[in-house]
Design a protein around this ligand. Structure first.
Ligand SMILES: Nc1nc2c(c(=O)[nH]1)N[C@H]1C(S)=C(S)[C@@H](COP(=O)(O)OP(=O)(O)OC[C@H]3O[C@@H](n4cnc5c(=O)[nH]c(N)nc54)[C@H](O)[C@@H]3O)O[C@H]1N2
Ligand SMILES: Nc1nc2c(c(=O)[nH]1)N[C@H]1C(S)=C(S)[C@@H](COP(=O)(O)OP(=O)(O)OC[C@H]3O[C@@H](n4cnc5c(=O)[nH]c(N)nc54)[C@H](O)[C@@H]3O)O[C@H]1N2
Ligand SMILES: [Mo]
Length: 773
C-alpha cells in the first residue's frame, strides 16, 4: 500500500505571470505533442491524431464544434489532442491497483491524480462495508444491478445519468432501458450546461438547438460571442472566426475577462499564424459584469425600438416581425415603458458599461445586415439565464436574424455528443410525441410522468429516495454543485454504478455498494462478437450527424462498448422474451439505427447517410423554412424583466470557469497558459481595485465563503489571490474546486441549472487545504 495520501503539493503554490494576448500558434502545437507523447506513447498517439475528425476516423472526444467540409489533414486542436491522449493512454488501472489503494485512499486523492492513473480495464465491485474494490465478472455485475432494481419499490427509485460523450446508438438504448423499466429519471450533464439555452429556444423558436451551420458564420456581417472562451474550450471555432473575419465579418466579444483567444488568433495551419502576428479577432470588446447580459441586450433592443418609433425604417425588420413573430407589441411596450434615466442607471449597474460603449455596439449592430450570436456557459449558468437568452432571441428577431443565411442563434455545445444524446431521448421531460413513437415501435407503454433532472436527482438522493444511481459516463460528484451535500446524498444510495473510461472521484464517493464498469471510448476499436468492426454516430453543435470509428486497440479485452453494457444489463433485467431485441442490437448496430430512424424525426435512410463522408444535417424548421413549431406557430417575442445579481458591499460575484488544461473534471495538467497561471489551480482572479478595497494582497491566500440564504457554511479554502483585469465587482476561479460553493438550491428559473457563474462570495483568512479537489 502506498504512503499516506496527500494532495499534489504543487497545487499549493501556483506561479503567476502576465496573461497572454494571443492564442494557439507554436506553443500550442508543442504542448499537444508533449501531452500526446507522455500519455499515449508517440506512435499510438500520433496514429490517434491522424484519425481525429477525419471521414472514416473518430469524432474528437473533446468539444462539440463541427468539422468543416474541407478538412485539414490535422483537423484537431491542442485541447482535442489532449482529449485524445487522455483516452489513448497506455497507462492502465488493473485490479492490482485497487488491491493497493483502499477506497479511503482514493477519496483523498486529487482529481488530477486519479485521472493520471490511466484507463479502467476490468469491472470492479465494492461490497457493502468493504474497504477495497475487487474484480467481478460482467455477468455477476449485471446480476447485482438487476437485484437492486428488482428490490426497489418503484422504478423511480432508480436514476440514470448521462454525460455527453455517449454515442447516439448507446444513448438511444440507454433511454429505452430506463423507460422500459418504467422511469423518466434521465438527468444529464446538459442540466448543468445548455439547459437554459434549450428552455429559452424551445419557447421562443420551437427548437431547442442552434439555428446556424458553419457557412453562416462566414456569411455573417457581425458575430457576437458572449459568455464563451473558445480559445480554450472550442479552439477550432477560432479557425471559423478567422475565416469569417477574412471574409469581412465584424466580431464583438462580450465577457468579463479579456480571453486571449478572442483577442488574437495564431492559426497553426497557416504560415501567417505560425510565424506572423496572427489575426486580431475582436473589433469591439464589451467587458461586462458577470450576469449583465440581460441588461445589455435589453438596452440594445430598447435603442432599436426607440429608433423605429422615431421613424427610422432600418432599425427593425417590420416585414419579418409581421409575418413570422408573435408578441411584438407586448414586448416593445414593456421595454419602452421604463423611465429613461432609471433604465440607464440600471443598465450601468448591471453591465458596468457606459452608455457610450453600448452606443458603439449599437452602431455595429446597425451596420450589420446579418448577425449571429454565439454563447456558452457565461450566459446559461445564472439565475436569470433563461430570460437572458430569450432577450438574445428578441434581439435577433427584431432585425429578422433567424432563418436566413449568415444569421441566427449559435449556442456552442460542450461535450462532443451532448446534443445527440438529447436527440436520442436522454431527457427527463420527454415530449409526448417521442414517447408515443417509442412505445409504438417497441410495443410497451413508456412512463409519462416527468423524471428527475440533475439537481432534483441529488435532492431525491438527499431524501433517501434513490436506491440505484447509474451513470453512463461523467463524474457526478465532482461536476455537480454543493460538493459536500452531493457527496452525502450519493452515500445514501444502495448501489452506485459508473460506466467509465477513467478513474474519478465518483468512484470513491459511493453508495453502500458500488460498481465500476470499464467502457470503450471514442478512440477505441469496437469489435462485434463475430470480430467485425462497428461504428457509432454522433451529432455536433450544428446538428450534423456523422459516423465515428475508433482504431486504437483496447488496453484490455474486458472493456465493453456502451451498447454492449446496456444490452447485457437489459437482457439480464428483462429476460429473453422481452419485446425489445437487445441481443440483436448488440450483434449489429445497424439494427439500432433502423429503430432510431423509425422513432426520431430527421433520420430517414440513417444507415446509408451515416456512411456518407461528412454525414448529414438534421432538419431544423426555423433555419430551413422559417417555420416555428412553438405554441403560437410563430417565433415568440418575450417580455423579460431586467434583473441582475445583487452583490452586497464587501462581496464579489464569483464565476467558476475552466482552465486551459482541463476537460470539465478531467485535469490534464496544472497550467492555464493563456491566463498566465502555472503549476496550480487554487487561484482566484480579482480586479486590483476590488482587491485593494477588500484588503486582499496580491499573492496572499484566502478562503472563499459563499453566501446563500440557508445558513450553511460553504467554504473553499486556500486560494491564491491573483490580480487580473476582470470586470469590477467580479471574481473567477476554477471548477470543480469551487463547486463546494454552489448551493444545490441556487438554480436558474425554468431550466433548474445550477448558478455556477453567479456565486456571491466573501473572503476570509486562509484556513489551509482540508480536502482534495
Ligand atoms: N478544453 C476544453 N474544452 C471544453 C471543455 C473543457 O472543460 N475543456 N468543456 C466543454 C463543455 S461541457 C462546455 S459546456 C464548454 C464550455 O465552454 P465555455 O462556456 O467557454 O466555458 P467556461 O470556462 O465555463 O467559460 C465561460 C466564459 O464565459 C465568461 N463569462 C462568465 N460569466 C459571464 C457573464 O455573466 N456574461 C458574459 N458575457 N460572459 C461570462 C467567462 O469569463 C468565460 O470566458 O466547453 C466544452 N469544451
Ligand atoms: N462549478 C461549475 N460546475 C460545472 C460547470 C461549471 O462551469 N462550473 N460546468 C457544468 C457543465 S457545462 C458540464 S457539461 C458538467 C460536466 O459533467 P460530466 O459530464 O459529468 O463530467 P466530465 O468531467 O465531463 O466527466 C468525465 C468522466 O467521464 C468519463 N468518460 C469520459 N469519456 C467517456 C466515454 O466515452 N464513455 C464513458 N462511459 N465514460 C467516459 C471518464 O470516466 C471521466 O472521468 O459539469 C458542470 N459543472
Ligand atoms: Mo457542458
Amino acid at each position: 500500500m502506498s504512503a499516506a495520501p496527500r494532495e499534489d503539493p504543487r497545487q499549493d503554490d501556483p506561479r503567476v505571470e502576465e496573461p497572454k494576448e494571443s492564442a494557439v500558434g507554436l506553443p500550442a502545437i508543442a504542448n499537444s505533442l508533449r501531452v500526446v507523447g507522455r500519455q499515449a506513447g508517440a506512435r499510438r498517439g500520433l496514429r490517434g491524431l491522424r484519425d481525429v475528425n477525419q471521414a472514416g476516423g473518430f469524432d474528437c472526444p473533446g468539444c462539440a464544434w463541427p468539422e468543416p467540409e474541407r478538412r485539414h489533414t490535422a483537423e484537431f486542436c491542442e485541447n482535442g489532442a489532449k482529449a485524445v491522449a487522455e483516452e489513448t493512454t497506455q497507462r492502465a488501472v488493473p485490479p492490482e491497483f485497487f488491491a493497493a489503494h483502499p477506497v479511503a485512499d482514493l477519496a483523498q486523492r486529487s482529481g488530477y491524480w486519479l485521472g493520471q492513473q490511466g484507463r479502467l480495464t476490468e469491472p470492479m465491485y465494492l461490497a457493502e462495508g468493504a474497504t477495497h474494490y475487487t474484480p467481478i465478472s460482467w455477468e455477476a455485475a449485471f446480476d447485482l444491478v438487476a437485484e437492486e432494481l428488482t428490490a426497489a419499490d418503484s422504478p423511480d427509485e432508480a436514476v440514470f445519468y448521462t454525460s455527453g460523450r455517449t454515442s447516439n446508438e448507446a444513448a438511444f438504448l440507454y433511454q429505452l432501458f430506463a423507460r422500459r423499466l418504467g422511469t423518466n429519471n434521465l438527468p444529464d450533464c446538459s442540466n448543468m450546461c445548455h439547459e437554459s439555452s434549450g428552455s429559452a429556444l424551445t419557447e421562443t423558436l420551437g427548437v431547442g438547438k442552434g439555428s446556424v451551420v458553419l457557412d453562416d458564420l462566414q456569411q455573417a456581417d457581425l458575430i457576437i460571442v458572449a459568455g464563451q472562451n473558445p480559445g480554450t474550450n472550442h479552439p477550432r471555432m477560432l479557425t471559423a472566426l478567422e475565416r469569417a473575419k477574412r471574409a469581412g465579418t465584424a466580431i464583438m466579444t462580450v465577457n468579463p475577462l479579456p480571453e486571449a483567444g478572442m483577442r488574437r488568433f495564431k492559426n497553426p495551419q497557416s504560415a501567417r499564424g505560425l510565424v506572423g502576428g496572427g489575426t486580431e479577432l475582436t473589433d469591439l470588446f464589451l467587458q461586462i459584469r458577470v450576469g449583465g447580459d440581460l441588461a445589455l441586450f435589453s438596452a440594445l433592443n430598447r435603442l432599436l425600438l426607440q429608433a423605429a418609433r422615431e421613424g427610422d425604417d432600418g432599425a427593425i425588420d417590420r416585414e419579418f416581425i409581421d409575418a413570422h413573430t408573435h408578441g411584438f407589441a407586448e414586448f416593445a411596450g414593456g421595454l419602452l415603458a421604463a423611465d429613461e434615466a432609471a433604465f440607464w442607471a440600471e443598465v450601468g449597474t448591471a453591465t458596468g458599461l457606459s452608455r457610450e460603449r453600448i452606443e458603439q455596439a449599437l452602431a455595429m449592430v446597425r451596420a450589420a445586415d446579418r448577425i449571429v450570436v454565439c454563447w456558452a456557459m457565461g450566459l446559461t449558468q445564472h439565475r436569470h439565464a433563461v430570460p437572458t437568452i430569450r432577450e438574445v432571441v428578441n434581439f435577433l428577431l427584431l432585425r429578422g436574424n433567424v432563418g436566413r443565411a449568415g444569421a441566427g442563434v449559435c449556442p456552442v455545445r460542450g461535450h462532443s455528443n451532448v446534443q445527440g444524446d438529447r436527440t436520442m431521448g436522454i431527457v427527463e421531460r420527454p415530449a409526448p410525441a417521442f414517447l408515443d413513437a417509442l412505445g409504438a415501435e417497441f410495443g410497451f407503454e413508456p412512463p409519462r410522468e416527468h423524471g428527475y433532472d440533475t439537481v432534483r436527482a441529488i435532492q431525491a438522493m438527499r431524501e433517501g429516495a434513490v436506491r440505484v444511481f447509474f451513470a453512463m459516463g461523467g463524474n457526478f460528484v465532482s461536476a455537480t454543485p454543493d460538493t459536500a451535500v452531493t457527496e452525502d446524498a450519493m452515500r445514501r444510495c444502495r448501489l452506485t454504478v459508473h460506466v467509465s473510461t477513467k478513474l474519478n472521484r465518483s468512484h470513491a464517493v459511493t453508495g453502500a455498494r458500488a460498481l465500476i464498469l470499464p467502457a470503450l471510448g471514442r478512440t477505441d476499436r469496437d469489435l462485434a462478437a463475430d470480430g467485425s468492426e462497428r461504428f457509432v454516430t454522433v451529432e455536433d453543435s450544428m446538428g450534423v450527424v456523422h459516423a465515428s470509428r475508433g482504431r486504437a486497440k483496447p488496453l484490455s479485452s474486458q472493456m465493453r462498448s456502451e451498447v454492449d453494457i446496456v444490452t447485457g444489463l437489459a437482457q439480464r433485467v428483462f429476460g429473453a422474451d422481452d419485446p425489445v431485441p437487445w441481443q440483436e442490437f448488440s450483434a449489429d448496430y445497424d439494427t439500432i439505427r433502423e429503430r432510431i430512424e423509425r422513432v426520431v424525426p430527421g433520420f430517414a435512410a440513417f444507415n446509408a447517410r451515416a456512411r456518407r463522408p461528412g454525414g448529414f444535417t438534421l432538419p431544423h424548421a426555423p433555419r430551413d423554412d422559417r417555420r416555428f413549431p412553438t405554441a403560437t406557430g410563430k417565433a415568440n417575442f418575450t417580455v423579460n424583466e431586467m434583473t441582475a445579481p445583487q452583490v452586497p458591499e464587501g462581496r464579489l460575484l464569483l464565476q467558476t470557469i475552466r482552465s486551459h488544461d482541463q476537460f470539465n473534471t478531467t485535469i490534464y495538467g496544472l497550467d492555464d497558459r493563456y491566463r498566465g497561471v502555472h503549476d496550480g489551480r487554487r487561484v482566484v482572479l480579482v480586479h486590483p481595485d476590488d482587491a485593494a478595497h477588500l484588503g486582499l494582497a496580491e499573492g496572499s491566500y484566502t478562503d472563499l465563503v459563499s453566501e446563500w440564504n440557508d445558513g450553511v457554511d460553504r467554504r473553499a479554502p486556500h486560494f491564491k489571490v491573483v490580480y487580473y483585469p476582470t470586470a469590477r465587482g467580479c471574481a473567477a476561479a476554477y471548477y470543480p474546486e469551487t463547486n463546494v460553493l454552489v448551493p444545490l438550491d441556487s438554480t436558474a428559473e425554468t431550466s433548474n441549472t445550477p448558478t455556477s457563474k453567479s456565486i456571491v462570495v466573501r473572503f476570509e483568512a486562509d484556513s489551509g487545504v482540508t480536502r482534495p479537489s
